[in-house]
Design a protein around this ligand. Structure first.
Ligand SMILES: C[S@@+](CC[C@H](N)C(=O)[O-])C[C@H]1O[C@@H](n2cnc3c(N)ncnc32)[C@H](O)[C@@H]1O
Length: 309
């Protein structure tokens, strides 16, 4: 399978994950397998990787790319939110490192029929896991107008979210808004012609994608217990591409690093919490100008890391 995706922040993520021979790693967002390949190379000859992705195309492509590593790589088509159960099922109680490189792969954008892109006409789909039922078509054509406005505003930070949602509500009285182009044209009518740098539908499409895949809810659930997957001394690296994702990671990593999470001014500690981890990055690491020049997708990437105590 032709799976085009350039991995971001490879050197920076590996510098923090520090793959070593004999160790076990979880790559929860396998994509094209770029990060997983690097972990396998750096943990030669016997480091192992469990790679998860909920997109069948990614699992197939990574399986082909990484076949030379044989039994050192275990693949599952799954949500990283199920990592705990999958680790138990393969008798790995904990791992030495976890990597999440969130969001979509370039392959998902490039495969027009997946409906992530407004560059080509395709059904409004946007599911990363095509076993799930909810699609962008359903959100656009059947969610209440106010809910659509909230999605576009919150996840897309689109200033004209309410006007776009109102136009969707009017349009769908007459016909089903079926394709990516139908929706993109409607947005252009509200937002005006595209500027050279930025298509006016970019933020709305991003918002719908995040809603369809419940990306923030999944990350939030994972961050409630993620540290439990790590051995003492194990490291977790998370790369995010959206400010709301980065805020969730930052807040969780800060909490994991607290000694006590009682409300301020509590006289005696009653939270029962103990420090789980230590931050390896106070500020997020971002891509160098050189990397952004070579791969514009890297511009939005923010990397944070912790080590389990
Ligand atoms: C940015 S790509 C990862 C690229 C990969 N690190 C590489 O170097 O090729 C993100 C991948 O994560 C997957 N993904 C996103 N959220 C997921 C989730 N909750 N569970 C499993 N996979 C997820 C997507 O399907 C996509 O293939």
């Amino acid at each position: 399978m032709n799976f085009a995706h350039t991995s971001v922040l490879i050197q920076e993520s590996m510098g923090l994950l520090k793959p070593r021979s004999g160790e076990r790693y979880l790559d929860g967002t396998l994509g094209g397998g770029g990060h997983a390949e690097e972990i396998l190379l750096r943990s030669s000859p016997d480091g192992r990787v469990l790679g998860l992705d909920w997109d069948e195309d990614a699992v197939t492509a990574a399986g082909q790319r990484l076949s030379r590593f044989g039994e050192r790589l275990t693949l599952r088509r799954a949500n990283f939110d199920q990592a705990k159960d999958i680790l138990a099922a393969i008798n790995w109680s904990r791992v030495d490192g976890v990597l999440l490189d969130l969001g979509v792969s370039s392959h998902q954008f490039d495969a027009a029929e997946r409906g992530f892109s407004f560059q080509a006409s395709a059904p409004l789909d946007m599911r990363m896991d095509r076993r799930q039922k909810l699609t962008a078509l359903e959100i656009v054509n059947s969610f209440p107008e106010a809910e659509i406005a909230k999605i576009i505003s919150d996840y897309g930070e689109e200033p004209r979210a309410r006007r776009i949602a109102a136009a969707i509500a009017t349009e769908r009285k007459d016909r089903v808004i079926e394709t990516t182009i139908d929706l993109a044209e409607l947005i252009v009518r509200i937002r005006g012609k595209r500027s050279r740098a930025h298509h006016p539908a970019t933020q709305t499409f991003q918002a719908l994608r995040i809603a369809v895949n419940r990306e923030l809810e999944t990350l939030k659930r994972f961050l409630e217990y993620g540290y439990e997957l790590l051995q003492p001394g194990g490291r977790m690296v998370i790369i995010s591409f959206h400010s709301l994702e980065d805020r969730l990671v930052k807040t969780a990593f800060r909490k994991w690093s607290e000694k006590c999470i009682c409300p301020p001014r509590t006289l005696k500690c009653e939270c029962g919490w103990s420090q789980k981890a230590q931050r390896l990055t106070r500020k997020p690491i971002i891509a160098s100008a050189e990397e952004v020049r070579a791969n514009p997708r890297a511009r939005a990437a923010k990397l944070r890391a912790v080590v389990r105590l």
